[in-house]
Design a protein around this ligand. Structure first.
Ligand code: SF4
Length: 250
């Protein structure tokens, strides 16, 4: 049975178990033992041995998200999957999420939404994205994710080096303050991702066919020209911004 939980404050388990120093040492130790692995070979020991019950994953349910979701579902379909519903997403993303959850048999989707009280103060008319994207991303992504990660020591992300920019030198295991971040697809390239889609007959995000390469919130996502190689070119196009800030959480 699929459980889709819209997280409330009282549902959140508090407290990670490591200090910053402990997380740093743990990441170094994990890198020594697992740093040569990727994909399922890396996900399995992280989920079953190293962080059993203390690990989650985040997913945007964007164009490439199905790849990591598929690998995770093969390891543990009950793993909690955090989905940040910024309330600015495309309707297609919500429908695609439902389609993938059904296809992959994922049973534990945690839908995190912005704090209504914070929005009422800082973004009462929902137009903050037009004047302050950093603050808007904080209210709609970073703060909800901080709440969602409480109680976990590790999280799996779908970031890849081939997306470029700050992701160029992405390690497979890194620290994020008191937590460990694991990036099982860090070394995957575009054709590796395509293989995962093909081999498992995964559906594509419906907006991909309309020219979107990377999909986030509606006001900050554009189509890109055919043949564009910069996967994230359509995100905050024309602005000096390439990341929403969730990967700076500590
Ligand atoms: S991507 Fe745009 S709309 Fe979404 S949270 Fe960030 S600034 Fe706001």
């Amino acid at each position: 049975m699929v459980v889709m939980t819209v997280m409330r404050e009282e549902d959140i388990v508090t407290g990670g178990s490591m200090s910053v120093e402990e997380a740093t040492d743990r990441a170094a130790d994990l890198m020594k033992r697992y740093g040569h692995l990727q994909g399922i070979s890396l996900i399995e020991p992280m989920v079953h041995d190293e962080f059993n019950g203390r690990i989650t994953m985040t997913s945007s349910f964007g164009t490439e998200a199905a790849a990591l979701l598929a690998l995770v579902s093969e390891v543990d379909a009950n793993l909690p999957v955090i989905f940040l519903d910024t309330r600015k997403l495309f309707g297609e993303t919500h429908r695609y999420r439902e389609q993938l959850v059904d296809k992959l048999g994922l049973t534990n989707i945690k839908i995190m939404r912005p704090d209504e009280k914070l929005l009422a103060v800082d973004d009462p008319n929902g137009m903050l994205f037009a004047s302050d994207t950093a603050k808007c991303c904080y209210l709609r992504k970073v703060e909800p994710l901080q709440r969602a990660l409480t109680g976990y020591d590790a999280w799996l992300t779908g970031r890849k080096r081939f997306h470029g920019g700050e992701r160029d030198a992405l390690p497979v295991i890194e620290t994020a303050g008191t937590r460990i971040k694991i990036n099982p697809l860090a070394g995957y390239n575009r054709s590796d991702i395509e293989d995962i889609f093909e081999n498992r007959a995964l559906p594509h995000h419906p907006l991909e066919a309309e020219g979107y390469l990377s999909i986030g919130c509606m006001p900050c996502t554009d189509r890109v020209d055919p043949g564009t190689t910069d996967v994230r070119a359509g995100r905050w196009a024309g602005q000096d911004k390439t990341e929403c800030g969730i990967h700076y959480i500590i």
